[in-house]
Design a protein around this ligand. Sequence first.
Ligand SMILES: [Cu+2]
Length: 202
Amino acid sequence: MSAPARRAILILLVGLAMLAATLGALYLLRPGAPRLVEQVGPQIGGPFALTDHEGRRVTQASYPGRHLLVFFGFTHCPDVCPLALGEVSVALDALGPAAAKVQPLFVTVDPERDTPAALKDFVTAFDDRIVGLTGSAEEVEAAARAYRVYFKKVPVQGALGYTMDHSAFVYLIGPGGKLEAFFTHETKGDAMAQKIRGFVGS
Ligand SMILES: [Cu+2]
């Protein structure tokens, strides 16, 4: 084979490889494709041992038969947590009676400031059905690890002293402990409710 012919074949092969890679990427990123976090779903969620906003010790087994709607955050959060809890509250209203099959949980990543009383004030301002959970630093860390939640203390100027960086997904966990769905803090409550209804029924 002549050198130009070999070069032409090489260029063709490289072109085909690039086309295959592009098609593959388009397939993985297509609308409605399961996202990475869904593919690793079974590993998200797990046992926890915490204290609820009434001071009772609770675990993942404290809400038998219910789907857990779990969000990690902190009461001094300026925007993301209030936004997320606001949408959770809208979702609960949209679910109507089916909301009884859902237990929304707000787990603090700032147990230093978020006492049960502080949590109660915060979550019930959004919805009486949301339960705030706190614990020792170790207990909170273990729960966050089970849900693959990232959080970090960040010093700030002023009276607050510090804020918390944290990932902000809302997880729907089935009664069997399996991840069913997840939402971002920007998911609208109505869309959240629609998705939840697919798992809990009406
Ligand atoms: Cu927050």
